[in-house]
Design a protein around this ligand. Structure first.
Ligand code: PLP
Length: 456
């Protein structure tokens, strides 16, 4: 088989600034060992997130010029609405400035004390918006999804037995909706099968609970369905997406992911009353319903990006580039979540650094070492992000200690990816010398963004 090449040519480039290891040690110290506090200029390969970091196409840039900036009823809004409807077939499309704005609106209306929202795994902002409303979020990931090195095709699936039990236990009347994250970002970018979505929908129907999709990476998820699920091999991504969304009553979306946009998001749904409530809140917090916190040019870029993201040549390259790092790490014995998922490689920091206990943050320590070794910036998805305290102030660790290296869309080439693998392997070779960290500052919610650490 021939090399799977980047399905694009490069027309405009941005420089990478290089630093020495000595410089990086002091940069990291000044950033309190939190990669979020490092200046982007000081990063060589930035894998902090795939959110809003995509390279836009020449068509999208052309769309930026075409953007209609009319306050109400702009042409760009209707092109945006048409693009979202062609994928979701949903009736009410509400633009927002990004995914969490959609979440804030939805959960402000449906949440509140005594309510429960069930998911395969809630993303951090989704959980935070649920909890901020006073409600509780419940993750019911399938068992396969909890074992990093266990190979299964759909490790993002929800545990169907537990779903039924949990609904019975909490009472259907206290569950305003069930939300499935595709692909499962916090659980390794693992896909959810069509079969699982159908089963969830059947249970939702029997209890009269609406089903929502957190659709940030819908296209990557649909590509995995095409690759791995029987009966979908010959369907287009658009057809698979249409079927998937046909089981849902609504969705939240961050266009910063599978829409190649640098900003944007939306809410889509079929319930007219709920849509009206959402739009009323949107007007207060985001803007008029035909722009929702975005410029006309952003709506235009999203409309074009949503079509480009379903191109199978792109998806093949996208999924392959993640798998490619996985193959290199596998040979070197580096522990990571298998099989590789959609948008990122997830190192298993608990296995990588067994000498560091959860309350000394092995994932955070590994992030720091990747930065020192090669100027790579990743993010901890472990006890810093999801840890809690018990009544005595003792740390309740996260289920997994992961380091996510998210690959921005269409930004890095194969040699960048080779470099990333080399840096990870170099850190792995000196893993026994690596020590943990102590947290010296934390905010009440989403603490990972601003937490400060010191070395021990
Ligand atoms: C990024 C993301 C969100 C939030 O979207 P923002 O645009 O960052 O506000 C929600 N859910 C998932 C799965 C995400 O990856």
């Amino acid at each position: 088989m021939k090399t799977i090449i980047e399905p694009f040519k490069i027309k405009s480039v941005e420089p990478i600034y290089f630093t020495s290891e000595q410089e990086r040690i002091s940069i990291l110290k000044n950033a309190f060992y939190n990669p979020f506090l490092i200046k982007a200029h000081d990063v060589i390969i930035d894998l902090l997130t795939d959110s809003g970091t995509s390279a836009m196409s020449s068509e999208q840039w052309a769309g930026i010029m075409r953007g209609d900036e009319s306050y109400a009823g702009s042409d760009s809004f209707f092109r945006f609405e048409e693009a979202v409807q062609s994928i979701t077939r949903m009736q009410y499309i509400i633009p927002t400035h990004q995914g969490r704005a959609s979440e804030k609106i939805l959960f402000s209306i449906l949440g509140g004390k005594g309510k429960f929202f069930i998911s395969n795994t809630l993303f951090d902002t989704t959980r935070a918006n649920i909890e901020f409303s006073g409600a509780e979020g419940i993750d019911l990931l399938c068992d396969e999804g909890k074992h990093p090195s266990f190979i299964a095709p759909f490790k993002g699936n929800m545990n169907i037995d537990l779903l039924q039990k949990t609904i019975e236990e909490k009472g259907a009347e206290n569950i305003p909706l069930i939300i499935v994250t595709i692909t499962n970002n916090s659980g390794g970018g693992q896909p959810v099968s069509m079969e699982n979505i159908k089963q969830i929908k059947t249970i939702c129907n029997s209890y009269n609970i609406p089903l929502f999709i957190d659709a940030c990476r819908f296209s990557e998820n649909c590509y995995f369905i095409k690759q791995r699920e029987k009966g979908y091999e010959n369907k287009s991504i658009q057809e698979i997406a249409n079927e998937l969304f046909s089981y849902a009553d609504g969705c939240t979306m961050s266009a910063k992911k599978d829409a190649f946009a640098n900003i944007g998001g939306f809410l889509a749904m079929n319930d007219a009353t709920l849509a009206q409530q959402c739009r009323n809140l949107l007007i207060i917090t985001e803007g008029f319903p035909t722009y929702g916190g975005l410029a006309g040019r952003d709506l235009e870029a999203i409309a074009i990006g949503l079509k480009e993201i379903m191109d199978e040549n792109y998806l093949k390259y996208r999924i392959r580039s993640i798998e490619y790092i996985g193959e290199k790490l596998e040979v070197a014995g580096v522990p990571f979540i298998k099989p590789t998922g959609g948008h990122a490689i997830y190192l298993d920091a608990a296995d990588f650094l067994p000498q560091i206990p959860a309350e000394r943050f092995p994932g955070q320590a590994l992030c720091c070492e990747l930065f020192i070794e090669g100027g790579i910036r990743g993010v901890e998805i472990g006890t810093v992000m999801f840890g809690k305290y018990d009544a005595n102030g003792k740390t309740i660790p996260a289920t997994m200690e992961l380091v996510r290296l998210a690959i921005p869309r269409r930004v890095y080439t194969q040699s960048h990816i080779d470099y990333v693998a080399e840096v990870i392997i170099a850190v792995f070779k000196r893993r026994e010398q690596i020590k943990g960290l102590k947290m010296i500052y934390e905010a009440a919610l989403l603490r990972h963004f601003t937490a400060k650490f010191e070395q021990i």
